[in-house]
Every structure is written in C-alpha cells, then in structure tokens.
Design a protein around this ligand. Structure first.
Ligand code: SF4
Ligand code: SF4
Length: 75
C-alpha cells in the first residue's frame, strides 16, 4: 500500500507517468492512489521530493531504501 506522507508534492506528474497500472490520479491540488496499486514502488522511487512511501498493513511507513531495493530487483 502506498501513502501520501507529506505536502511536498509539486505535481510534476512523474509518479503518474511511471505507474505501470495507471493507479495514480493527479488532481490540481492532490494526488490519489487507487486500490489496484500492485505495490511495485516505482512511484516511491521516482518521486523527487519524497512525497510517497510504502506502508505496511498497519499503516507504518517503510524505509525508502526498501523501495529502491525492490525497484533494483526488477530493473
Ligand atoms: S512524483 Fe512526487 S512530486 Fe511528482 S506528482 Fe508524484 S508525488 Fe507529486
Ligand atoms: S506502487 Fe507501483 S502500482 Fe502502486 S501506485 Fe506506485 S507505481 Fe503505481
């Protein structure tokens, strides 16, 4: 599960472009992660301002290093 963890988003659209399953909606002043996200973490990895993070089932944020490791494993 991916969460929006702060208000740093500058709406660059990188996360939307990289998502392989079209699971991110970008509105004028917010982004929304849709339920069919497959937790690939590409969006976490590419976000230049660390606005997105993966969360476990209890809503705890997982370290960014995990996103980088997972993306590296599939690249
Ligand atoms: S990549 Fe980051 S800064 Fe850009 S739109 Fe997505 S969440 Fe916002
Ligand atoms: S984790 Fe992957 S599937 Fe989920 S919103 Fe981010 S890029 Fe899309």
């Amino acid at each position: 599960m991916i969460g929006v963890i702060n208000d740093k988003c500058d709406f660059c659209g990188c996360c939307v472009a990289v998502c392989p399953v079209d699971s991110i909606d970008l509105y004028e002043a917010r982004i929304e992660i849709k339920s069919h996200c497959i937790d690939c973490m590409l969006c976490v990895w590419i976000c230049p301002v660390e606005t997105l993070a993966s969360m476990d089932e209890k809503g705890r944020l997982l370290p960014r290093e995990e996103a980088e490791a997972r993306v590296g494993a599939v690249a």
